[in-house]
Ligand binder design. Structure first.
Ligand SMILES: [Fe+2]
Length: 367
């Protein structure tokens, strides 16, 4: 990637082709103190009020700086490396952390110990990088009193409040409105697939765990669906195409959203899984199509539920598990309520929290 000049035009050369950069693209990046607030990097002018026919009177490159005089009288100095960076066309902090696919062989994942200033420390960078690589991270010895979970979540970003409140308590209770509040096993699922938008990240904090069962289970939905793509492309394709209805009914709210079980981004890459087979309703399709759909969903469920893809571990008092609800499925093994107390607290945050914190820590420590 190189910035070049010819006849007062600016070009970028990516090694295989040479293209002119639109003068207006450069003009709206004018960055003197009159044009750009240094602290926020926000514009002090509205580019839509300028003539789109703005041109370049003259331009030169000196010491990695592109200096331009525009024909509307404005002069600007742009660092050519920052121009080059814009050609990646995507966020280069989060997307540069490659996802690591995992299954039951995953061993020795690094846990982190809690400390009071964790969220502003350099270690937070490792915590969040681990989260983005594996889709989850565990922090140990997080204080368990006074709903500390919410304080923790707000130290990374902002709690995503839902109709269940700021946080929820996972404890067996009489007349439960969800299987989570019974001692029954919970098969791998994603949370709240009926919300628009679905909460991005679930944080679970173990307040007390005295029972022998009740282990937490996690499955890497990214690895499972990439495996399905390779081994059963027809199944994969239909599950990325058919939108199903997810619904949750409670006494004062009805939540509903439609989505594919495997959602892809605009480049046809993995974006999100939703899986909660007690809550999904497939629309009426042609019988042949439904036949393929049901076989595909069964295969996907078999993979999600197989031991090959599942890790299982017991959360101890003070352990805090932060997991990507768009990538991972989570569940729990059965336990006996007569053995003792089991009490977890949970809440949600969204990706803007973790992304914003990661960029901030990277800037703060110049990482
Ligand atoms: Fe859940």
């Amino acid at each position: 990637m190189k910035i070049e000049l010819s006849n007062n035009k600016v070009y970028y050369n990516n090694g295989t082709s040479v293209e002119e950069i639109h003068p207006f693209w450069l003009r709206e990046r004018a960055n003197g103190e009159k044009f750009l607030d240094e602290k926020t990097q926000q514009r002090l002018f509205d580019p839509t009020s300028l003539s789109v026919d703005v041109g370049i009177k003259n331009a030169k490159i000196k010491n990695e700086v592109l200096e331009i005089n525009f024909n509307d009288g404005v002069n600007s100095k742009l660092n050519i490396n920052s121009i080059a960076q814009e050609f990646s066309k995507k966020d280069n902090v989060i997307s540069s952390i490659a996802k690591i696919k995992w299954d039951s062989n995953l061993k020795n994942i690094k846990n982190f110990d809690y400390k009071t200033d964790l969220s502003e420390s350099k270690e937070m960078y490792d915590v969040l990088t681990t989260f983005y690589k594996y889709g989850f991270v565990i922090i140990k010895m997080v204080p368990t009193e006074n709903n500390y979970l919410v304080k923790f979540a707000n130290s990374i970003g902002s709690v995503r409040r839902t109709n269940f409140g700021e946080h929820f308590n996972v404890k067996s209770k009489p007349s439960p409105n969800d299987l989570a509040y019974t001692p029954l096993p919970l098969a791998p699922h994603t949370d709240n697939p009926y919300r628009n938008p679905v909460p991005c990240i679930q944080i679970l904090h173990c307040i007390v765990n005295e029972v022998n069962g009740g282990s937490s289970t996690l499955v890497d939905g990214y690895n499972v669906t990439e495996t399905l793509k390779k081994e059963n492309p027809d199944f994969y394709n239909i599950l990325t195409q058919v939108k199903v209805r997810f619904k949750f009914i409670d006494k004062d709210v009805i939540l509903e959203d439609w989505s594919e079980l495997i959602k892809l981004d605009e480049y046809k890459n993995f974006k999100q899984v939703r899986f909660s087979p007690r809550l999904d309703f497939v629309p009426i399709l042609e019988k042949k199509e439904l036949d393929l759909y049901y076989r595909a969903r069964k295969k996907l469920s078999d993979l999600y539920n197989s031991e090959k893809f599942r890790i299982q571990f017991k959360l101890e008092q003070g352990d805090l598990l932060m997991m990507d609800n768009y990538r991972l499925l989570h569940g729990r093994t059965e336990f006996d309520i007569n053995e003792g107390n089991r009490f977890l607290q949970g809440c949600y945050i969204d990706f803007d929290s973790t992304e914003g914190k990661l960029r901030h820590i990277k800037r703060k420590f110049n990482l």
